[in-house]
Design a protein around this ligand. Sequence first.
Ligand code: IMO
Ligand code: MG
Length: 409
Amino acid sequence: MKGFADIVVGLQWGDEGKAKIVDFLSKRYDIVVRFQGGANAGHTVYKKGEKFVFHLIPSSILNENSIAVIGNGVVFDPEVFFDEINKLKNYTKDIEERIFISDKASIVLPVHKKMDSLRENKNPIGTTKRGIGPAYETKIVRVGLKLSDLFSNKLLEKFEILMDFFGFDRFSDEFKFNLEFINNYKNKLIKFVKNTEYFLNESLNKGKKILFEGAQGVSLDIDFGTYPYVTSSNTISSYSLVGSGVPFHYIKDVFGIFKIYTTRVGEGPFPVEMEKEVEEMIQKKGFEYGSTTGRLRKCGWLDLSQIKYNSMICGITKLILTKIDIFFGLEKFLVCTSYKNKFTGEIIEFFPVNSLESYEPQYLEFKGFNSIEDISFSNFINFLEKYLNIPIYIISKGQEEKDTLIVKP
Ligand code: IMO
Ligand code: MG
């Protein structure tokens, strides 16, 4: 029998609690695959009282039977990768035997991070300064280095073309520094590099199950997000195929994760703002600090037009609602269900992703709840399922798995 693949994506602006869910779900799969983004991701898993933050390695790696793949769609930073391996070594078995990186993944070099920072000073997007934009840029203009290039006799030639693209000649310090970086990691990487599209397809043919782990969120997608305040990759579910080489007929479920409120880091519109007092309470109680950059996240009310639009683009089959306990104790809360045009007064249900500045969110008010047993909580869940027309599959609270997951059949 052939295997299948499911996908997890975030339905907001990232930080929806994807890692905890991927760690939990991954016990039902053989392989977990990252297919886009890079070390801009900050995926936090709490286990046995410890906190683990993953930037490049799939969040499933603490499960000792799980195989992790970093796909061709990822921009790969060797420095972050080995840092992560070294931190994890004492916590999980055979980690180095359970991770494979696509030979077609693009390499992030110090020069990419430098350019990211320089551009941020000029034209701020609020990036994580992990070199993501410049790395995808050199991939698309065809001057980037792929992992396979590290082991090619054309490496130096290709490296010169890349450095020239950023205006550094072979006598510059930047050139030397980046070449040293490559030489430092090259041999250490050999054992991880593989033709992962063959590996994944063969595994599926043998009946294995694959879970794709999305990074960032759909509203940060380069095509369907709040451009230009987005990341430089496609974060939507369909990119899992492009970023891995797995064909579409294997896909079964697409899980869409969202928090009971909205957060955003970096620049860009954020219409669903809440009163300062409530925002500060949520920031504190929900630990809403960036796990990659340490920045405080803006917090606002849940935006259901956003969730509906993003679910449509991703073909979500099952919803996962997270961090509900952060709302325990609130007397009432708001949910945005439509938008009003500030100039014409027109009300639309559709998420105005590219013109959010021209719209005002329209809210429904809900009665608060103190536990999941409260009738006002089940009323709210029923409302969500009806409004979105997709079943809620998991409701998550707390940081650790043990006090958290209620799976609805
Ligand atoms: P996870 O996977 C939240 C945001 C940055 C910035 C924009 C562009 O943890 O959900 P980039 O460095 O990607 O060029 O920055 O995207 N951003 C994220 N926000 N969660 C993330 O990842 C993010 N990765 C990037 O803050 O606004
Ligand atoms: Mg995060």
